[in-house]
Write a protein that binds this ligand. Sequence first.
Ligand code: ATP
Ligand code: MG
Length: 646
Amino acid sequence: MSNLGFENTDTILMEERLFPPSPEVVERANIMAYMKSKGFDNYENFYRWSLEHREEFWNDMARELHWFQPWHTTFQWTEKPFFQWFVGGKFNIVYNCLDRHMQTATRQKVAYYWEADDGSSRTLTYEDLYVLTNRLAKALQNLGVKKGDRVAIYMPVTPELVAAMLATTRLGAIHTVVFGGFAASALEERINDARAKVLITVDTAHRGGKLIEYKKICDEALANTPTIEKVIVFKREGTEVPMQAGRDLFADELLQDIPNDTVVPCEEMDSEDLLYILYTSGSTGKPKGVVHVHGGYAVGVYATTKFVFDIKPDDIYWCTADIGWVTGHSYIVYGPLLNGATGVLFESTPQYPAPDRYWSVVEKYKVTIIYTSPTAIRGLMRFGEEWPAKHDLSSLRILGTVGEPINPEAWMWYRHNIGRDALPVMDTWWQTETGAILISPTVILPLKPGSATRPLPTIDAAVVDKDGNPVETGKGGFLIIRHPWPSMMRTIYGDPARYRTYWETIPDVYFAGDAATIDEIGYFRIQGRVDDVIKVAGHRLGSMEIESSLVSHPAVAEAAAIGKPDPVKGEHIKVFVILKAGNEPSEAMVQELKQHVRTNVGPIATPDEIEFVTALPKTRSGKIMRRVLRARELGQPLGDVTTLEA
Ligand code: ATP
Ligand code: MG
């Protein structure tokens, strides 16, 4: 944690715009119904109550799910920081995602509309998904997969990927999904770290029109993964791929003798039994194998899906992420299925075949809730407003973002062009480690562009200095969470010492690694990662604040700011800028952008160097890797770049 020496960051981003919620939306909101059941009609009072009644809140949420046996202790401080939730409970998240719905009308409801890369589609009901999952669970069982085994999954976003996760989980085995865009070395590293026994993949697939040779990449990785015994290959495209006798098996051959009415009962797991291992994006260094468990994770993602996205029975909910990231695990697979929601599964990319792919998908399936990322929004802003304008987006009612701080300008663009100047934007802050959203508006809160607003109920978030003391209003500091929450990671797989650092960097609180501010109305704004804070002449500036000032210039689509050593100022600011279509790099543009920042934010944030680029180094989940820019700039080793987008 290179910058942990700082006490405060400076706030340079002024944001006064406030957008109140619509009274009808507030009246109908899921969160409002729960608040009223507790005697509240005001979020602040309810939130304060929730901090005092944490266990009551989570017990209420947990009781909405099915337990084979109820828990006897809601929260237990065992061996700090190895906390436990819903202790003594017997539970399986998949029972709650599928089996539970077989007894209700949800059985015939659409679970997913699948939008394939080429624009073709397939519809699966909850019953279809239940049948596929059970048959696949049987096939895995026949291969000897049992409780506690690790199953690696390396597939495009397809219904079979969802079924592979659920089938693994049904058996009590632990999945580790590896994003389909990763190279063989990244796959190999994750399989070996998890010591996976089975790998599930496809022959080949296209993503954004580009061929990905899944099986071939697997074969390359498998040369160095001694723990893998069997490889199951789904025929996604029916291409011919080499199969190694005794090891590789086609899924359709395994499934052909397993009848549709096969039921493999869900393994009755302890609440604290492992559900999955997922590696972080690697924005700041080597990815960590984050461990989540059945009980608390299920309760956390269930409740946040219900409250943040305000899911109602007739919603068509679309999270555009890849299932290979935590956003996909929590908010494409588990959260929506726990809520019995109808979702869209999207195999493609935002700009394929044209920059209106997202908007055509919204129109096609009449999507009501869309959850995407700032990087996707900024990427689409480049092409102009005419792309969304071609489509009927009137079905939408809620917008969401996650993954990076959203620049106020991108937030406004989203709300204006996609949300017809009326829809609420849920800027959701969370991490692979947190399992579920922790800081986010719900539809009942007034919104501020670029702010994730308030912590969700029971989440005791604060901004502190390095000793853990709260900083003054408006000053920046470290974002921390004081009390454990149900969906938090339980450890880093195979590396409990690394897990401990999250709770020990600042004594006894969870240290998120992000810098933030809290304003006078209690709203949180994430300033960027602590590692990316720039120190200029005694001021400490978050990367997001400098970048946001540039993105507010009409010619700028994206920007990344880094600090470079400077003999006088400590560091000076260098920015990398991507211009919007129709603008050309020039010396005049350099001067104009410098002047823009100087007048809009102040001299302190004025970049010393501006370089125009057409792309920025990003993780494959779309996050800007400022550490790579910095290392390149200084001619230093790049560090772990397994997650760098090719
Ligand atoms: P690594 O931990 O390996 O460096 P990573 O932090 O990018 O990777 P993730 O868990 O995917 O891995 O991302 C979580 C991070 O994303 C947060 O710590 C934060 O920096 C950023 N983030 C996510 N959502 C938001 C948001 N709404 N506003 C600001 N930042 C966000
Ligand atoms: Mg992180």
